[in-house]
Design a protein around this ligand. Structure first.
Ligand code: SF4
Length: 333
């Protein structure tokens, strides 16, 4: 599946002058600048904190500034607003969406819940505020296993929207009473087993870091089981977990199966290791809409503000706060 993202704001280069202007405008606005691991390298470098979505959600809720500027996609900025209703939350380009979040609507979820009225709903954080408002506990890839393991084993679990993360959680927890929504991220789904096998065979000494939202996670475990890739070389990790593993690895070469923006943080964390993308086309066009031009426009003009209706925010906040209470943050800030 291909996805067409709107054309981003362009025309500004990330020069040292740009960097200085961004920093001084952020200070003048009393804003905290957050950047997701999949952002462009210049955006990561200018931010106050870089991390995965769980780590950034926690930082947003604890920040003492008047404003949060969220360099990421729209649902992430919505989550920051849900947790910090009194702060002004801005995203440099409100058109930066997410094909995974779009794979389930609030109406879809209402209909699914009606089929399983006693089930506990677990939503990966890549969902709209409305879907979070219909959710019992949110999760990220860092704590999805712990969230599902915390639920009464006799209750049915409805897990959404990422089918690959759901399959990973089901495998690790061994839970049978779990239904999984058939959603996917087109970027992660584009990293497939064939590509992984070819890359692993071409680099027999390399370790493999695989993000559980990748379509290749199942293949990586299968290949390990069949002896194609030594089992100890395959690591299924959240984005935050990848950074910890990067600092500790003894390998000289690591193949990385996730969005390519992650390579920047990994190379910074372990400059002596050769990190290579399994698929260097795995780049999220929505994440890359937060350009140097978009960030400057945001800081100069105070746009785009992210708003969530108070009743929706209140219901969504309960599910997000349960998420934050479970698991350890694995962000790379
Ligand atoms: S990489 Fe996939 S899941 Fe992440 S924001 Fe982009 S479309 Fe959504």
């Amino acid at each position: 599946m291909t996805t067409t993202a709107p054309a981003p704001y362009t025309g500004v280069e990330p020069t040292p002058e740009w960097f200085d202007e961004v920093r001084s405008l952020a200070t003048a606005r009393n804003a905290t600048l957050l950047a997701h691991n999949y952002q462009l390298p210049a955006i990561q470098d200018v931010a106050d904190h870089v991390g995965d979505s769980l780590a950034l959600s926690r930082i947003a809720s604890e920040a003492e500034t008047d404003e949060i500027i969220f360099c990421g996609v729209h649902f992430m900025a919505e989550t920051a607003k849900i947790l910090s209703p009194d702060k002004r939350v801005l995203i440099p380009d409100a058109r930066a969406g997410c094909s995974l979040a779009d794979s389930i609507t609030a109406d879809d979820l209402r209909a699914w819940k009606a089929e399983y009225p006693d089930a506990v709903v677990v939503s990966y954080v890549n969902t709209t505020a409305e879907v979070k408002g219909l959710t019992d506990i949110c999760c990220t890839s860092s704590n999805a296993v712990e969230v599902v393991a915390s639920i009464d084993p006799d209750r049915m679990v409805l897990f959404l929207p990422d089918q690959f993360l759901g399959a990973h959680v089901k495998r690790v927890t061994g839970r049978e009473n779990m239904q999984i929504w058939a959603g996917e991220c087109h970027v992660h789904a584009g990293i497939n087993g064939d590509e992984l096998t070819a890359r692993a065979q071409a680099h027999p000494d390399a370790e493999l870091f695989v993000h559980p939202e990748c379509g290749c996670a199942t293949s990586a475990l299968y290949l390990a089981g069949e002896g194609f890739v030594p089992e100890e070389k395959v690591k299924i990790l959240s984005t935050g977990g990848m950074l910890d593993a990067a600092r500790q690895t003894g390998a000289r070469e690591v193949l990385v199966a996730t969005e390519v923006g992650m390579l920047h943080q990994l190379r910074r964390a372990a400059p002596d290791v050769d990190f290579q993308a399994v698929n260097d086309r795995a780049s999220c066009p929505y994440m890359k809409m937060i350009t140097p031009a978009a960030l400057l426009r945001c800081l100069r003009e105070g746009r785009d503000e992210v708003l969530v209706a108070p009743d929706v925010a209140e219901r969504a906040r309960a599910s997000v706060e349960r998420m934050i209470a479970i698991g350890t943050p694995a962000g790379g800030e």
